[in-house]
Design a protein. Sequence first.
Length: 246
Amino acid sequence: MTDPLSSQDRVAGATYPEVLTGQVIAVTGADTGYGKTVSAALARLGASVVLIGNNSETLSAQASALEHSGGHAIPIKADVSVPLDWLSAQTRILEIFGELHGIVHLADKRTHASFTLLSENEWMELFNSNVKSSVAIAQILGRRLPGTWLTIIGPHGDEPGLQAHPQRGAIRGLVEAAAREDLRLNMLLPSRASCGDEALDRPLADAVLALATPRLGHLRGNVMDVPLPPAPKVRLPEVTSVLNAL
């Protein structure tokens, strides 16, 4: 297993102080894509990271890897598209740590179906995973933990199809209006999906870290595009080997 805090992470750790020491931060979708990169970056800066997702095995593996690398992480299985699941996870975090300083919510579920071929079930799954979950987490924070910040990673810039636009627009409206309710919500829009290479995905993690630092606690209601280097192209031999394996 690759060490989430090795190589460049350890070099970066020598550059940045552990400014998040003492903070408890939850990351949804923490065992895949950007969730893995972000959770490792938060742990590197000293945060206690709560890894939330649907797969107990991959969550536990990610938590073990972060702990082995010197970080502090615990896994909690929860489907955040179900508000009661999120409420249960939040309650469990408070039972363990007594506080929850911030949440990074991955609202970036995507589909490869074209807009015209998207079924009602597929559309509702996208809506629940991205929009409904964002609204529910914000609402529960407003009721129970109004001082906790929420950074939402929204649908990627390279998401094809019209279905991405109403989702992105709905979450944008939530984030911008939340500032009037004195809630600390911000939204990041990466230019592409995660490529699995932490070095190439690092600009998004850096944006999350910046928003998590106490000195930027005054920022809220912002929607920011995050340009990322192009993902490496899959070479033909690699495609062939994958097809042969199938």
